[in-house]
Design a protein around this ligand. Sequence first.
Ligand code: PMP
Length: 439
Amino acid sequence: GRPAPASSSHAATSPAPGDLLAARVRTFPLVQEHYYDAPPRIERGWRHHLLDTDGRGYLDMVNNVAILGHGEPRIAAAVDRQLRRLNTNSRFHYAAVVEFAEALAARAPEGLDQVLLVNSGSEAVDLAIRMARAATGRTDILALTEAYHGWTVGADAISTSLGDNPAALATRPAWVRLLDAPNTYRGRHRGPDAPLYLRDALDRLAHWDAEGVELAGVVSEPIFGNGGGVLLPDGYLAGLWDAVRERGGVCVSDEVQVSYGRLGAHFWGFEQQGAVPDIIAVAKAMGNGHPLGAVITSREIAEAFAVEGSFFSSAGGSPVSCVVGSTVLRVLDEDRLQDNARVVGALLGDGLRELCDRFGALGAVHGMGLYLGVEVVRGGPDAPDPRAAREICAALLEEGVIVQPTGDHKNVLKIKPPLTIDAPAVERFLRALEGVLAR
Ligand code: PMP
């Protein structure tokens, strides 16, 4: 045991261990508590519907992790079967794992056929950074602004989602950001001057050349997820990736949020930009909420990285997670969910744009398919009042609809429901939002 503390005064005023635990559980800063006074306690779900412990139902408009929705019986059956067969990985090839890796590689562009499995998006991004470094023998990583890449030390170092907003940064204690993002390009990528931004990014790279920056590669989302679902200007990624490759760097697409058909028109986010990466980092939807992430890359990069003993994740890509992964891919096809994302996403986008025309509190609608962001602009577009988005979310919760704000200013309603969502649910959501805005 640990030695007793030198001073006994602490012990005299300390709560009993049970109280301490209860207090910690209550005060642990759950994300939800930033948005709601009394967040619901969710007990179960069916597709895009949720039920709390008081029996109240909700429409889940934010769960891009559960891409197939909740309670999917084909996943339950696959997990049950695999748990009884073999549920852990060690150092061999396992049938369920190889099957999944092959199914995943079959979805990737030609030449990207090496799959390394991990447990999360953060790990996948971390691994991609290390692979870029291994492949180039260099260290510096270019990251773009308004991006979140994960919470491990490596992924956090290149996350910039608060980077452009000093007021928001100032509210974060130092320990939240132990590492600064070195060589982060902080230019902006949206708005009417979009073509200029690529020029701006290329100028920055040229400036770094002069400074002797050792560019290992670039990591970026193909769409600004944390920026509120903002699409990159046409040709941006292709232009940037060409410039990075001319310098010998490796291009990584963080597909954690926007892949798996969520965009409707595309399976991967980078397809929307007509560009092909050297490394794909993916997670979230691929496991429908189970711990599963992957890096997909070329044999050349994989071999540069895979020195003996360089990588081993005990639970990463377990046979159970892998049968979930295979089932997700199968159900996406069986239920034509990417088509659904396109058709229902168009309904949702049209409905939101119509509300934007009618209500001054709403600004632009961003994104595509079932990956949309609506700006709440009360207070003006340059200094939006984040309380407005929060109030809308709280009022929607009262109506049984779950939406949460995102973006540098936390003023964007991010709408990314399970791909099972249908036209009646979209209609219910739009009428609930209309009612809240009218009030
Ligand atoms: N990259 C992006 C773009 C993300 O949105 C996230 C999670 N929100 C991550 C990486 C990290 O993924 P995970 O939470 O699975 O570690």
